[in-house]
Write a protein that binds this ligand. Structure first.
Ligand code: NAD
Ligand code: ZN
Length: 245
């Protein structure tokens, strides 16, 4: 593979960096993405399995589906891309991960801080009052209840639901203030999260996209690198590390 040309010397260890990630960063950990042809979402009707209406109609089905996903995710380990982010975070001390993923692999890799725009599959909250619960205990999708009597559900953002306002405004704030913005493994289709790379671009950050496929954002990126995150990110890290550490 040819060298990736990064104008790394334009930046310093004080540069502020945002890593915006989607399902693609977890692909090399063995977790299916949303839109890939063999992605598990294609086998199910997302409006039944990941929506408040679907949960209302058949909570057992939804809880069992989430239990199966959780089981798969529990076996997964962070890959070279998550670990490269940890290396970057040692180089650039003012940095943040903003993820659309619910798998918790960024935390496992030691990435911090991490803003989870779409929640976390390992946690639950009350379907009735919204009270957050603890880590999900059942591995089989058994029902559990809140003190208010409401049924507990996965603490993730479903179709037709809004993102938490405070998380979203923190994400936009960090995006507007950063100097380097990575958009990694996301199809750049689901709004409002998909707005973040454009916001970064419009507020003057150097925007680097890493994705094996072209996305609707690719043309707007300062640099769009085709390839797997686990292969490309360590290379980009080495370029920055050699130029500015
Ligand atoms: P997406 O499935 O729409 O897009 C995934 C992108 O990753 C694609 O553009 C694909 O080309 C790219 N990709 C595939 N393999 C890659 C690799 N090795 N390296 C880099 N990129 C790679 O995902 P999205 O944009 O995150 O949107 C999906 C939604 O579904 C999100 O809202 C997310 O919450 C949810 N989701 C989460 C997970 C998870 O937590 N791991 C998994 C599936 C879906
Ligand atoms: Zn409740």
């Amino acid at each position: 593979m040819k060298d990736i040309n990064i104008p790394a010397s334009r930046f310093s260890t004080n540069s502020r960096v945002v890593f915006f990630t989607g399902a693609g960063i977890s692909a090399e950990s063995g977790i299916s993405t949303f839109r890939d042809i063999d992605g598990y979402w294609s086998k199910y009707d997302p409006t039944k399995l990941a929506s408040p209406q679907g949960f209302d109609e058949d909570p057992d089905l939804v809880l069992q589906w989430y239990a199966a996903r959780r089981k798969k995710i529990k076996k997964a380990r962070p890959n070279k891309a998550h670990l490269a982010i940890s290396d970057f975070q040692k180089l650039f001390t003012d940095s943040m991960v903003i993820t659309q993923n619910v798998d918790g692999l960024h935390w496992q890799a030691g990435n911090a801080p991490v803003l989870e725009l779409h929640g976390n599959i390992h946690r639950e909250k009350c379907f009735t009052c919204g009270r957050p619960g603890s880590e999900v205990a059942s591995t089989k999708g058994a029902k559990s209840y809140c003190t208010c009597g409401g049924l507990m559900r996965p603490n993730v953002v479903w179709f037709g639901e809004s993102l938490a306002m405070s998380t979203l405004s923190d994400a936009f704030e960090a995006t507007r203030q950063c100097d380097i913005f990575f958009t990694i493994g996301t199809s750049a289709l689901i709004y409002p999260a998909a707005q973040l790379p454009y916001e970064a671009r419009n507020t003057g950050a150097f925007v680097i996209e890493v994705n094996p496929e072209e996305t609707p954002f690719s043309e707007a990126a300062d640099l769009s690198v085709r390839g797997k995150a686990g292969e490309i990110l360590p290379k980009i890290f080495r370029e920055f590390n050699a130029a500015i550490s």
